[in-house]
Design a protein around this ligand. Structure first.
Ligand code: HEC
Ligand code: HEC
Length: 427
């Protein structure tokens, strides 16, 4: 009995799971070790990649047959949509609260999403498909039923997984495709590899400032095992802090969020104003209020607009934001300080960031940078006096604290004091 079953079982298990070796040639900046760390054994096979690409581009994975992953992660736009906030089946009226990050190099992320709520590409992919305003499918079972009813998928799923589609097969295939979307070989990579001419003098000065007075590398860390210019951690850099009363919002969230309920957290992050709490929605730690994942800077010249809410239109706006030390709020990261960079230094840092563009996005990045340069005189974030320390206390842009009424500056807020659960809303 046993002897007869073994070959059959093996046969099923082996279909489409031949272990993948790293591609012959990886681009400069992507090491073989990192690739191996980021690709589970057997996860990527040619059959799965081809199937995953088809699924990624297929609008039939959405409720109204109009939205695919590629709608918001368009391969022609460096896998973004160039909109401040993405639009799915909810259309413009019910667009998402967040900006679509690139899928390129997402395989190297320690966690997925701006708040890191998904632990893997596979878990990530399930969420937009069933999010009511992204792809709108009512349930994962509905997704499977819909895919099973499409005859042209029968053969590819058999080849990739040796069976009719399951939801795990759908997301495994999509993730396999995403694991082929890595990039390196940027002018900056060639510069580091010894080609002194690969980037110009301005970008070289920008690189020095990035690690020096700009203090960028404290969060946008770069190294052999960290090729994305990200420490993979979460920081409040004061985006959207103009409008948000973080404390009131956090109090409300504490009563609502069901820790560990990924689907609920996804919906709150994508659709509700609690979105601004960032990592707090996942951890409920007061330190995480308004904190978002440090994003990669690779190909950033091609992926405007910027930040989790798409609120900054150009890399010059980003620089103005950092130059004045961000927007003060009780949870502003200690790494945020006024920088006192001159306009010429800002140009150098933008030139450095543009040198992180991989060849396949070079043309797009050139077009985008031309657009950005054309509006260089529009600088909504610029505050030179603050950046140069000519206003605020000791050059610090936070107003001097009022000892009689210290909140909200410099107060250590604990769960016990400020975020004690309010009466839970009636359900
Ligand atoms: C309606 C637009 C939309 C659709 C459709 C969509 N996404 Fe996204 N995607 C986003 C937005 C917005 C975010 C950021 C959301 C957040 O962080 O809360 C995101 C985040 C991601 C991330 C995380 C990247 C990172 O750096 O953290 C990945 C990977 C991703 N999407 C892949 C997919 C896949 C695969 C599909 C299809 C199954 C898909 N997306 C469908 C808009 C969309
Ligand atoms: C304290 C940590 C920290 C420091 C210091 C820092 N960053 Fe960031 N950076 C972040 C985080 C976190 C985000 C996302 C914030 C958000 O969306 O709310 C971000 C976003 C960005 C973005 C937008 C990327 C995108 O795809 O939307 C750019 C560009 C950027 N940073 C460049 C820089 C530069 C240049 C410097 C130095 C002048 C710098 N950062 C310093 C943490 C930091």
């Amino acid at each position: 009995m046993r002897c007869r079953r073994v070959p059959i079982v093996l046969c099923v298990a082996v279909a489409g799971t031949a272990p993948a070796a790293p591609p012959e040639k990886l681009p400069l900046g992507v090491s073989r070790g990192l690739w191996a760390l980021s690709v589970p054994e057997g996860a990527v096979t040619p059959e799965r990649v081809a199937l995953g690409e088809k699924l990624f581009n297929d609008t039939r994975l959405s409720l109204n047959d109009a939205v695919a992953c590629a709608t918001c992660h368009d391969p022609k736009l460096a896998f973004t949509d160039h909109k401040p906030r993405s639009e799915g089946v909810g259309g413009k009226e019910h667009r998402t609260q967040r900006n679509s990050p690139t899928v390129v190099n997402a395989m190297f992320n320690a966690t997925q999403f701006w708040d890191g709520r998904a632990p893997s590409l596979e878990e990530q992919a399930k969420l937009p498909i069933t999010n009511p305003i992204e792809m709108g499918m009512k349930s994962l079972d509905d997704v499977v039923a819909k895919v099973r009813a499409i005859p042209e998928y029968r053969e590819p799923f058999r080849n990739a997984f040796g069976r009719a589609p399951t939801i795990d097969d759908v997301v495994t295939a999509i993730a396999a495709f995403e694991r082929t979307q890595f990039s390196g070989d940027a002018p900056f990579d060639r510069f580091l590899a010894g080609d002194g001419e690969a980037i110009d003098a301005s970008a070289k000065r920008g690189w020095a400032l990035f690690n020096g007075r700009g203090r960028c590398n404290t969060c946008h860390a770069f190294g052999a095992v960290s090729p994305l210019f990200s420490d993979q951690r979460f920081h409040n850099i004061g985006i959207a802090a103009h409008e948000t009363d973080f404390i009131a919002l956090a109090r409300r969230a504490t009563g609502i969020v069901r820790s560990g309920d990924l689907k609920q957290i996804d919906e709150l992050a994508i659709e509700s104003e609690l979105t601004e709490l960032g990592r707090f929605l996942v951890t409920k730690h007061s330190n995480d209020i308004g904190a978002f994942k440090t994003p990669t800077l690779r190909n950033v010249a091609a992926t405007a607009p910027y930040m989790h809410d798409g609120s900054l239109a150009t890399l010059w706006d980003v620089m103005d934001h950092y130059n004045k030390g961000g927007i003060p709020n009780p949870n502003l990261d200690g790494g945020m300080q006024r920088l006192g960079l001159t306009e010429a230094e800002i140009d150098d840092m933008v030139a450095f960031m543009a040198s992180l563009t991989s060849p396949q996005f070079a043309t797009l990045a050139q077009t985008e940078m031309r657009k950005q340069r054309a509006r260089k005189h529009v600088r909504p974030e610029r505050d030179t006096a603050a950046a140069m320390g000519k206003k605020g206390d000791l050059g610090d842009i936070a107003p001097p604290p009022d000892p009689a009424n210290p909140a909200p500056f410099g107060v250590i807020v604990t769960h016990e004091t400020a975020y004690a659960p309010q009466a839970a809303p009636k359900r």
